[in-house]
Ligand binder design. Structure first.
Ligand code: VG1
Ligand code: CO
Length: 541
């Protein structure tokens, strides 16, 4: 085997964001660009010598080409063994599981998640460590530093590997194992949930529509829901992964999964609607005529988790990202368990899960997961809902209503302002940051500010501090507005405005109407119209 050391240049602006490195596909296709990131990662983890890695992606355009590059570079860096999903396919949670199952040293996951795919759209890559979770901030920073100083990368001259045949081959001195992407993931799910109870549910005529959005969960959902749990064929729609996701946004929310939403609001609605994103780590849950916000879903799953075998002894604790609503805090208080508030991004849950401090985690952006892997897991959330529905024998809408009647309702919505000029977006954040110390006590319209600050996180496990994680304004009466810049966009800046309003008894209002006072206050305090030239968002979820 001939190891080649090829020249490369440092590349600017490669700091991995909320979830790895995301750029336009054509940026990734520039000669040396992907190689730079891969070599920088090897350098940051003290080389590849003797290591075992997992590699796979969500099937988007450039996935297979990138995998061939990574395999050759892994061999060039002395990696002993790589396990790859057949066809280059692995969902993010399945990759996380394979890392843990095989005691691998880590893995490369190729995905830009919910961002569209194709040559003119987005590509992405992230490195997950030994625990199966996204690289923590200190490792990301190390990779970033390496990308700026790198001069060469190692690879081998070899033919491409056949990714479509299950079995073991070699690439130079490196062992390459091509595995079924679904098998071990499905086996894990069978240990967590009451499959016979869910089979009985489907036998009894329970109906469901799972929209895989032409993304990676198609094969997983078909194997588990239709072929194992007995849901009728046709339950999974858009189930074949396409390189451009059928030109859609594989983002499971009421905007991008509109056809599913329309079905669920119609008189043809099945009992349960669900969808997942590009790389299979997000989920949307909707009952007949009843959309469940991700923040509520986390709370409801936490309150009912004991109905599934894996969680029958209760939860160690719950963690949610800061912008996620307080609904799950109320459940934690009721259960007498700890709840943690972390910055946005799954990497911040890793330490809490590893330390056994929490069992369930979630984000307002449709991510829910548990200690079974170190990523959020879309299909897992759907199966936990199915398990709960099988035991409680009530509709989704009734379960949600029960929950609100017990705990009150956290009205919640997120406004996204996309492709804002970077200087305008940072001006908005800077000027709000400057105003924060004087906001408490001020009245804006109907609302009075009770507290305002910038979120900074002290990791209770390793003591690390993550600053600048969002500007938050709390109001008397249980309302809150949070401003944050996205770390996953690939064009301009995306401002996210997160709005919530709690009500103990008034649980039947329209969400946007219930949020209008806090929305008005947030937009007035930041003088949003003047600063960025708009108050109407591009996307409301
Ligand atoms: C978004 C979400 C965040 C999520 C991240 C990755 O980040 O808000 O909650 O963890 O995407 O999700 P941002 O920085 O754009 O707000 V995914 O499905 O990429 O892995
Ligand atoms: Co995702």
């Amino acid at each position: 085997m001939k190891i080649e050391t090829l020249q490369t240049k440092p590349i600017e602006g490669q700091m991995p964001g909320t979830s790895g490195l995301r750029k336009k596909t054509k940026v990734f296709m520039q000669p040396g660009y992907l190689e730079n990131f891969i070599q920088a990662t090897f350098d940051a983890i003290d080389g590849g010598m003797g290591k075992k890695l997992i590699v796979g992606g969500d099937g988007r355009y450039f996935n297979k080409v990138a995998i061939q590059t990574i395999l050759k570079m892994a061999a060039g860096n002395g990696v002993a063994e790589v396990i790859v999903g057949k066809g280059g396919i692995l969902s993010t949670p399945a990759a996380s599981h394979l890392i843990r199952l095989n005691s691998a040293d880590g893995g490369f996951i190729l995905s830009a998640s919910h961002n569209p795919g194709g040559i003119d759209e987005d590509f992405g890559i992230k490195f997950n460590g030994q625990n199966g979770g996204p690289a923590p901030e200190n490792l990301s920073a190390k990779i970033f530093d390496a990308t700026k100083t790198i001069a060469e990368f190692k690879t081998i001259a070899a033919d491409d590997t056949d990714l479509n045949t299950i079995g073991t081959t070699r690439l130079g001195d490196m062992k390459v194992q091509i595995v079924d992407p679904v098998e071990s993931y499905q086996a894990l799910m069978e240990t967590l949930f009451d499959f016979p109870a869910i089979q009985t549910l489907f036998k009894g005529g329970f109906t469901m529509c799972f929209d895989a959005m032409h993304a990676v969960t198609g094969p997983y959902a078909t194997a588990i829901l239709e072929e194992t749990l007995g849901a009728p064929s046709g339950t999974v729609v858009n189930g074949t992964p396409l390189e451009d996701f059928g030109k859609g946004h594989p983002d499971p929310n009421p905007i991008w999964a509109k056809s599913l939403m329309d079905l669920m609001m119609s008189d043809k609605a099945p009992d349960l609607g669900a969808a997942s994103d590009g790389d299979g780590d997000r989920n949307m849950i909707v009952g007949r005529g009843a959309y469940v916000t991700p923040s509520d879903s986390l709370a409801i799953l936490a309150a009912n988790a004991n109905l599934a075998p894996a969680y029958q002894d209760g939860l160690a604790g719950i963690a949610r990202s800061m912008p996620t609503s307080a609904a799950s805090d109320r459940v934690a208080a009721n259960l007498g368990i700890e709840c943690y508030e972390t910055p946005t991004g799954w990497k911040f849950f890793g330490n809490l899960l590893d330390a056994g401090k929490v069992t369930l985690c979630g984000e307002e952006s449709a991510g829910t997961g548990s200690s079974h892997v170190r990523e959020k897991d879309g299909l897992w959330a759907v199966l936990l809902w199915l398990n709960i529905l099988a035991v409680r024998k009530k509709s989704v809408a009734d379960i949600v209503l029960d929950h609100w009647q017990t705990f009150g309702r956290d009205y919640y919505s997120r406004y996204d302002y996309e492709d804002v000029a970077i200087d305008k977006a940072s001006h908005l954040m800077q000027s709000l940051r400057a105003k924060l110390p004087d906001l408490a006590g001020q009245t804006v319209g109907e609302m009075t500010v009770s507290h305002a600050d910038e979120f900074s996180y002290l990791d209770p496990v390793d003591g690390s501090v993550s600053k600048n994680q969002g500007l938050r304004i709390s109001f008397e009466g249980g309302a809150r507005a949070v401003f944050r810049l996205s770390g996953t966009g690939t064009q301009g800046a995306t401002i996210r405005l997160y709005l919530e309003q709690y009500s103990k008894d008034d649980i039947g209002r329209d969400t946007q109407e219930a949020l209008q006072d806090v929305r008005h206050a947030a937009q007035t305090i930041t003088d949003m119209n003047a600063v960025i030239g708009r108050i109407e968002p591009d996307v409301i979820t």
